[in-house]
Design a protein around this ligand. Structure first.
Ligand code: SF4
Length: 480
């Protein structure tokens, strides 16, 4: 049985896309392996959001080329955002690469790889680099043949958002990602996603509900709905009903699925974050008490330069409405520091906003240029030293807030969904509260994985909480 190794960089959407690809390989008779050296096919799902992610993917793929020396048939492929944005040029960077597949073609990866591998294994060609002779895979309309017969497929494909819908069967999957849309119509000046992922395309509610029902049937208790601008789900395809956006209609439909006890979504955009979504948190108890809500900057001037079409005041207003709708709500955010032309005053606006909103956590990024984005061409690029200083200062402020908020939870009782053994200590179990905080507990992995139960919080070290299972704790029914 051939083996496939898949390495994923970047966001949860990429993880979800990789899982879909993995599922197709499993259905096609392959085994998934964590050992790259024993794989017959090596795939890297790439991210273009930051230069560092691209460099890591290129470095990893370059290193893995050594396996071809021992096992000449190994097939190498890049897929995802970097594959989409760089296309054929990747063959120059990585000579052993066979395949470059873009973001609307994940569902084709299996057939491309399988075809190449089959031909190599059948020994039709002695020389692996010649095994694609220009007619390896015939797909109408696709740009399949890169240099020297290699395959590149980065075409747009209508309906491709509907192909990310299957999961790899797992004995225990307490929590799962569900991709509800692809692409983004916004044009933030620093972001390459609209180019790599294309325009917004949403899946029908009925398809998504069917996927969630299948997950619930297999024992999943928590789903995270994924989209680049998730709250704008369906705005170009489906209408409002009774004043509710398609996204709120979807939340209501998923809420009905028996067996699903927690619903999360990521990431919403301030545009389109209307009162119907705020209100949903008052009558849909399965919605978790956490939103990841990217702010990017606290300065209106910088928001304008970023082409983020809202003012800081609007962002604050939404956060405050959300906290009023759900008293125990945790808010996390994304912030870019050192954007071109950002002054000390602009940065101070961001600091003030972080202090005012008391985020539970912030993912803080130093601005870095992305090829083919307007921000990369802007005047007023800042020196790395300034970006680094601002980054460190904001990290320190956010760290203090997060530690204080987590320390306040010591002595409280929290409900967690146990997701299995802790990644850092296999002897212990890890779970998440509704606020998405990690809690480490002791207990029987077989008995507790996939269960929601109460724990007494005993300690906190920064971002991780430590608790004890309440002796009388039984799986908990969901309620506000
Ligand atoms: S909303 Fe802006 S940052 Fe988010 S994916 Fe779209 S363009 Fe990129």
């Amino acid at each position: 049985m051939p083996r496939v190794f898949i390495k994923t960089y970047g966001c949860q959407m990429n993880e979800r896309d990789s899982e879909q690809v993995a599922r197709m390989f499993v259905e096609g008779g392959y085994t998934l392996t964590r050992e790259e050296q024993e794989a017959d096919a090596i795939l890297v799902n790439t991210c273009s959001v930051r230069d560092q992610a691209e460099q890591k993917a290129l470095g990893k793929m370059g290193m893995m080329g050594k396996h071809r020396e021992r096992r000449g048939h190994v097939v190498y492929g890049f897929m995802g955002c970097m594959a989409q944005s760089r296309g054929e040029e990747l063959f120059d960077r990585i000579p052993h690469l066979d395949l470059v597949v873009g973001t609307q073609k994940y569902h084709r990866v299996f057939s491309y790889v399988d075809d190449i591998l089959r031909k190599r294994m059948e020994g039709r060609m002695d020389e692996p680099s010649l095994s694609l002779d220009g007619n390896a895979v015939e797909e109408e309309g696709a740009h399949l043949h890169g240099p020297e017969g290699k395959i590149v497929d980065t075409e747009v494909e209508e309906g491709s958002q509907n192909t990310i819908r299957d999961h790899v069967a797992a004995t225990q999957r307490p929590s799962a990602f569900v991709s509800i849309m692809q692409g983004c119509n916004m044009r933030c000046s620093f972001c390459i996603v609209p180019d790599t992922r294309g325009g917004e395309r949403s899946r029908p509610i009925s398809d998504i509900v069917r996927e969630v029902e299948r997950l619930a049937f297999q024992g999943t208790k928590e789903v995270t709905l994924l989209g680049q601008i998730v709250n704008l789900y369906g705005r170009t395809e489906f209408g409002r009903v009774d004043g509710k956006s398609p996204f709120v209609q979807l939340l209501e439909a998923v809420h009905e699925v028996e067996g699903i006890e927690r619903i999360r979504f990521t990431s919403p955009h301030p545009i389109g974050y209307r009162d119907d979504l705020v209100k949903a948190f008052t009558y849909l108890p399965k919605l978790c008490s956490h939103i990841h809500f990217p702010m990017q900057s606290g300065s209106d001037r910088i928001l304008r330069a970023m082409r983020r079409p809202y003012k800081n005041e609007k962002f604050i207003e939404i956060c405050e409405k959300m906290k009023a709708a759900r008293a125990d709500l945790a808010i996390t955010t994304d912030i870019i520091v050192g954007f071109p032309t950002e002054t000390d005053e602009d940065f101070q606006d961001t600091v003030d906003c972080v202090k005012r909103l008391q985020f539970d956590n912030s993912f803080i990024f130093r601005y870095s240029k992305r090829k083919d984005t307007p921000a990369a061409e802007m005047e007023g690029q800042l020196p790395e030293t300034v970006k680094e200083e601002r980054n460190q200062e904001l990290l320190r402020i956010q760290g203090e807030i997060a530690m204080r908020k987590n320390a306040e939870l010591i002595g409280t009782c929290q409900e967690i969904l146990c997701v299995g053994a802790s990644k850092t200590n296999k002897e212990k179990l890890s779970g998440r509260t509704s606020q998405n905080k990690i809690v480490i507990v002791e207990g029987d992995e077989d008995q507790l994985t996939g269960e929601i139960f109460k724990v007494d919080i005993e300690d906190s070290t920064g971002y991780t909480l430590f608790g004890n299972l309440q002796p009388e704790s039984q799986p908990v029914a969901v309620g506000l």
